[in-house]
Write a protein that binds this ligand. Structure first.
Ligand code: GLP
Length: 272
């Protein structure tokens, strides 16, 4: 696991976007797993800049988002429909600014009447393209990945999940309140990739910022692997794992000095 600590949110975002850009350049038809939330906004902003100013080409890239609220969704052909869906978030923050093809974008359809079918089809679609090359992830306030709330099996697959109280509180504050929603009107269920699904991505890139995330970041990276902090499954991944943190989110790591030392050493020896 490479743990990279950056001074600020902006630097964290630039480092994360740089890792994604490297994947896109080395494999122009790569499959990216994408995440939502406040954390990746800066990463997407930097990817948009790299596209607009440095010609980073998304024309062959395929994407699979981690999750979607049940009951919400967006028809990408009618992008003016405003809601709090993750589809809309992705469209606003990234897709409308880059040259990705609509048919290459995959987000679970939250408006479905047949969620089971959608979940199975999502798993099949990921397999059909040969799996995810690089999965971007944030971490929820309760230590979750995507919407794999505490108690989700570490082998879980794409399915419907009930959202934990803390997640509802956090996401209400971050998005729904600002959009004028009442707390009771936000969706309480979501379709989410499972932890088992996520672990099959060939590379994992987790990002986190701010002091509020420091405790769960430490638990995920250094604590016991367990289904209460589903992001702790990061310790089970067999491929490339990179964690990019700002100083605040890294502040409770016991081995902080060691991670900083290793990154320096790798740079010195040209290994990063
Ligand atoms: C939601 C998303 C997660 C995300 C988390 C953290 O629960 N489903 O994928 O990691 O929020 O969001 P934020 O980045 O806003 O803290």
């Amino acid at each position: 696991m490479d743990i990279l600590i950056r001074k600020t949110y902006d630097e964290m975002s630039k480092t994360a976007a740089g890792i994604i850009a490297r994947m896109v350049r080395s494999k122009p038809d790569c499959v990216l797993g994408l995440a939502t939330g406040k954390t990746p906004v800066g990463t997407y902003k930097e990817l948009v800049r790299l596209h607009q100013e440095e010609g980073l080409d998304f024309s062959q890239v395929k994407t699979f988002n981690l999750d979607e609220y049940l009951g919400l969704g967006m028809d990408l052909n009618k992008p003016y429909v405003l809601d709090q869906s993750y589809a809309r978030f992705m469209y606003e923050e990234l897709f409308k600014h880059i040259n990705i093809k609509k048919e290459n974008i995959h987000i679970p359809d939250g408006c479905t009447k047949e969620p089971e079918k959608i979940c199975q089809a999502y798993e099949a679609a990921i397999k059909e393209v040969g799996g995810i090359d690089l999965q971007l992830l944030g971490i929820g306030g309760d230590g979750h990945w995507a919407f794999n709330e505490p108690g989700s099996s570490l082998g879980s697959r794409t399915r419907v999940q009930a959202l934990a109280k803390q997640t509802l509180d956090d996401n209400y504050e971050s998005f729904y309140a600002k959009a004028g929603f009442e707390r009771k009107d936000m969706p309480h269920f979501a379709i989410t990739m499972g932890i088992g699904t996520i672990l099959e991505a060939r590379n994992i890139l987790m990002i986190a910022n701010g002091i509020k995330k420091a405790e769960v970041v430490a638990q995920a990276i250094e604590g016991p692997i367990n289904s209460q902090i589903t992001a702790s499954a990061i310790q089970l991944h067999s491929g490339g794992v990179t964690v990019v943190l700002d100083q605040e989110a890294a502040s409770k790591l016991k081995n902080l000095e060691h991670y900083i030392h290793v990154e320096k050493l790798k740079k010195e020896y040209g290994l990063s």
